[in-house]
Write a protein of this length. Structure first.
Length: 90
């Protein structure tokens, strides 16, 4: 009867670190900024891939943010490439 309440004795699944992965947040922010300038899109894609790898290892929250950062970064990169080709070919 003298046990500790809510004591973790090493059984069960490992606990996820609290909070959302910071790199996933940065990925989405950089990708949105990438709409204005193309370099942000590349940074957002790279940060999103790195965030997904971290999330797999640490089981933190933020998987959706990382995927959104990659998707928005890819779309904004394609748009900026098409825009630059159109502007500079005229």
């Amino acid at each position: 009867m003298g046990g500790y309440p809510n004591a973790d004795y090493g059984y069960g699944a490992p606990q996820a670190p609290p909070g959302t992965n910071t790199m996933a947040i940065a990925s989405l922010v950089a990708s949105i900024v990438g709409v204005c300038c193309g370099i942000g899109s590349i940074i957002g894609i790279v940060l999103g891939i790195l965030a997904l790898n971290q999330i797999k290892q640490t089981r933190q929250a933020g998987h959706g943010l990382a995927v959104a950062g990659i998707a928005v970064g890819a779309v904004s990169l394609v748009i900026s490439l098409v825009w630059n080709i159109y502007v500079f070919s005229s």
